[in-house]
Design a protein around this ligand. Structure first.
Ligand SMILES: [Fe+2]
Length: 385
């Protein structure tokens, strides 16, 4: 997050002695990304963050691929994935390439037995159903329906749900997830034409500081495997921190759509960027107001990217036979567009109530075995009249 945030107590000068009230020094940790070049935070721990007691088993988590060279437009029935108690086990990778894993999850239980971090990827969770708290070593972020949670790589967390009925979309991005560059000035501040601003972000709060020794299981995703390490002190033992590298929340309901007299292209919906894909939010908005406007999108050839749409709520104007939790994949290389009747249907309409999350990847996506189990198999013919 390109702005400064701080919680708890920190010493007035970095890299200097920070004394505990009962003697001894706190342990400083620089927590950054992209070597020493990216955003970082400075953390102050009660105990050394390096006290590994034991290394247990490692489990391979690489997605099993079913279709590596996909040329079909697809529709996946997202709510058909099975709810599973455990948060990590509930994750179902569906669409993957070298840069990103796109999946869905229906976790039933809070994470209480262990702590988790993803050392491979920044994670983005989109909350389609459910609410709770994302508890991290830098503080807590409450979440509810419609929230994006952006969790930088390496961030230790537990996730707490208020009920057992949860539906999440998740992305694991091997390059950092940022807000779009064109909406930020030289200093990182979001500009006036940005569809959201700093006030819309939910920052970590209520720093939890546990001074506990014992055995604490940490599951770490690295190189596609899940490693289990036992630490000798509670992972949430930070008394204070400051910096730019921290998780945050952003509600899709705070995205302010950009509209025009004629149809605006998908980049106006952009919410996040990475080096290898973009994330866009389609939100309720007034339609184009030229007297001859066609609110439905024109056919387009996303020749250089695969386009994934996850349908959240409302009536999706350009598509027939789409319901909540459905995913459409429009592969690069062939054009796609509104379904038969959608263009005519859209003329004269004043507004839409749709919510959807779009992910456009610059490299083609491959389908996993789990994706094929929820593929409707006939979507690619749905434009035939
Ligand atoms: Fe499209």
């Amino acid at each position: 997050m390109p702005f400064y945030h701080t919680l708890g107590q920190i010493p007035p000068k970095r890299h200097t002695q920070f004394e505990k009230p009962d003697g001894g020094l706190y342990y400083e940790q620089l927590f950054g990304t992209i070597g020493f070049d990216g955003m970082s935070s400075l953390l102050y721990h009660i105990h050394r963050p390096t006290m590994v007691k034991e290394v247990l088993e490692s489990v391979a988590m690489e997605p099993k691929l079913a279709v590596e060279k996909n040329m079909l437009s697809r529709k996946l029935i997202g709510f058909d994935i099975t709810p599973v108690d455990d948060f990590i086990e509930s994750r179902v990778p569906l669409l993957v390439n070298k840069d990103v894993i796109f999946g869905l999850a229906a976790p039933r239980r809070s994470m209480t037995e262990y702590f988790y971090k993803n050392a491979d990827s920044d994670e983005m969770l989109f909350i389609h159903r459910g609410s709770g708290n994302l508890r991290t070593l830098l503080g807590t972020i409450p979440f509810e329906y419609g929230d994006y949670l952006v969790i930088p790589r390496g961030m230790i967390y537990q996730i707490e749900f208020n009920s057992d009925d949860n539906r999440l979309l998740y992305l694991e991005s091997h390059t950092p997830i940022y807000t779009p560059k064109r909406y930020r000035n030289h200093f990182g501040q979001l500009l006036e034409h940005s569809p959201f601003c700093e006030r819309d972000f939910v920052l970590p709060r209520d720093l939890e500081t546990h001074d506990e020794k014992g055995e604490f299981l940490m599951k770490i995703k690295k190189q596609g495997s899940l490693h289990s390490l036992v630490y000798a002190s509670h992972p949430f033992d930070v008394v204070g921190w400051d910096g730019y590298n921290f998780p945050y929340g952003f509600s899709i309901f705070n995205f302010e759509p950009i509209t025009g007299r004629v149809h605006q292209p998908p980049p106006v919906h952009q919410t996040f960027q990475t080096d290898s894909f973009v994330v866009c939010s389609f939100c309720p908005r007034l339609y184009d107001y030229h007297p001859k406007a066609i609110p439905a999108p024109y056919n387009h050839s996303n020749i250089d990217s695969d386009e994934v749409l996850y349908y959240v709520d409302g009536d999706f104007m350009s598509r027939n036979d789409i319901a909540k939790g459905h995913i459409t994949l429009h592969p690069g290389g062939i054009p796609h567009g509104p379904h038969p009747g959608a263009m005519e249907r859209s003329i004269g309409k004043k507004e839409t109530q749709e919510y959807a999350v779009m992910v456009d990847t610059f490299r083609p996506l491959m389908l996993t075995e789990q994706a094929m189990r929820i593929d409707d198999g006939k979507y690619y013919k749905s434009w035939l009249e």
